[in-house]
Design a protein around this ligand. Structure first.
Ligand code: FAD
Length: 414
């Protein structure tokens, strides 16, 4: 890894792989490639990983990867909450929809952990690999091209412009990816009927294991985070301004009606500043590659929050990319066909998962949010799952382990 600066000339950095974006996909891929002996730079535009809540669900598939990397014991020492049984209220009927203890997973629970703890952990553990360089406060602004292929990234940090030359650039810069836009890659929008308002309120003396609450015209998720509730209030697409116009008191009252357990602490929502809007999108790239460039994670496919799978799919993409490309990168620049193997491996799980999200959106979310809708009755599929415990293991497996789970095959090079 060499960095050069000549008087007056732009600074340059030469690496084998340049990863843009230090989210779950980028940090995991950076860790795996450096572990495999590949000179890797991860560019993260923010100065740190501390950002608003944005996906704290570490599923058994990701815990399995941490286990295979020998990191699981230290990882589970970080503060986290565990969830095994996913239950919801449909109107007044409480149903169990998934039970992770029935999946056979080695770590059979979802670990709720702030995403910044997860990312800081990967960065700290990655320090043992000298080939990993995590460049914070470094924003990719453009791609460098040669012979119609990508051969690096133009970036900017606190000292000004920086050119990073690389055999491979991997876009892990999320759903608003700059890199994929610079590469002219087309996005196919699938669409979502809802947006989500995230907020947290303190815990009172009571607790409840219920995750989802659905009533005519309203839907909410409540995640028990130990000393507070992380809540997701689902609204019809584009309706945030209308919700705001009805006022904070009406918003608080709706929440307490849906989840009476929040009554004693609802005053923690003091203003709209305490409420964050997630504009829900489901989309995917038609093509994930250009010569010298690969997109993975949200940059290749934004997921709906249904199932809380976005972080875990991003990690699975990273594991597959390292498995398929580490050796190729050691020997040179992977061909576009070799990069395409990552898409071939990951497209099926991504499409099946998005199809499940669309099914839930169309059948549960749309029904729940219908204005003036009839009182909610649990859908037939939910009643069947609740009645047949082994089916709860299947739904949990789909959600928590996913389709075609990845295992770490890239080897460690000391
Ligand atoms: C409010 C919210 C709640 C969510 N809830 C859940 C949940 O409960 N469970 C779940 O699994 N998923 C959830 N998600 C989705 C989940 O966060 C994403 O699917 C996941 O983080 C995708 O990982 P990624 O690494 O592909 O992209 P991201 O996590 O988006 O990371 C991209 C990174 O790239 C950086 N970046 C962007 N542009 C540049 C640039 N030009 N140069 C350098 N760096 C750049 C960004 O700062 C960011 O750190 C939620 C998302 C949001 C917004």
């Amino acid at each position: 890894m060499t960095e050069t600066e000549q008087h007056g000339a732009p600074r340059t950095l030469d690496v084998q792989c340049c990863i843009v974006g230090g989210g779950p996909a980028g940090m995991m891929l950076g860790y795996l490639l450096a572990r495999a002996g590949i000179e890797t730079a991860v560019l993260e535009k923010h100065a740190d990983f501390f950002r608003d809540f944005r996906g704290d669900t570490v599923h058994p598939s990701t815990l399995q990867v941490m286990d295979e990397l020998g990191l699981i014991d230290d990882f589970l020492k970080l503060p986290h909450d565990k969830l095994q049984k996913l239950e919801g209220y449909f109107g007044t009927t409480k149903l169990r929809l998934a039970d992770i203890s029935r999946t056979g997973a080695k770590h059979p629970f979802i670990a709720f952990m702030p995403q910044w703890d997860f990312l800081n952990f990967l960065r700290d553990k990655g320090q043992r690999y000298p080939k990993l360089k995590v460049l914070m406060s470094t924003e990719a602004t453009d791609l460098i091209w040669a012979n119609r292929g990508v051969c690096g990234v133009e970036a900017r940090d606190g000292d000004g412009p920086l050119a990073i030359n690389a055999r491979l650039v991997v876009a892990c810069d999320g759903r608003h990816s700059t890199v994929r836009a610079c590469a002219g890659l087309d996005v196919e929008e699938i669409g979502a009927p809802m947006d989500v308002l995230w907020f947290r309120v303190g815990k009172g003396t009571e607790t409840e294991s219920v995750l989802a609450r659905i009533e005519a015209g309203q839907m909410m998720i409540t995640l028990d985070r130990g000393d507070y509730w992380q809540c997701a209030y689902v609204i019809a697409k584009g309706q945030y301004d209308a919700v705001k116009a009805r006022g904070l008191d009406a918003f608080r009252a709706n929440i307490c009606h849906l989840a009476p357990i929040l009554k004693s602490t609802i005053a923690d929502i003091k203003s709209w500043d305490d409420v964050k809007l997630l504009t829900v999108a489901i989309n995917r790239l038609k093509r994930w590659t250009r010569p010298g460039l690969l997109c993975i994670g949200d940059a290749a496919h934004a997921m709906s929050p249904v199932g809380g799978v976005g972080v875990n799919l991003a990690v699975q993409d990273a594991v597959a990319a390292a498995n398929l490309l580490a050796e190729k990168l050691r020997n040179g620049t992977p061909s576009e066909a070799e990069l395409g193997a990552v898409r071939k491996r990951r497209e099926f799980p991504m499409r099946v998962t998005q199809a499940m999200q669309v099914m839930v959106q169309n059948n549960v979310v749309t029904m729940a949010l219908k204005p003036g809708g009839a009182p909610i009755k649990p859908p037939l599929f939910a009643r069947i799952i609740n009645a047949v415990p082994w089916l709860q293991g299947w739904t949990a497996r789909f959600l928590a382990i996913g389709v075609r789970p990845e295992h770490v095959h890239s080897r460690e090079v000391e």
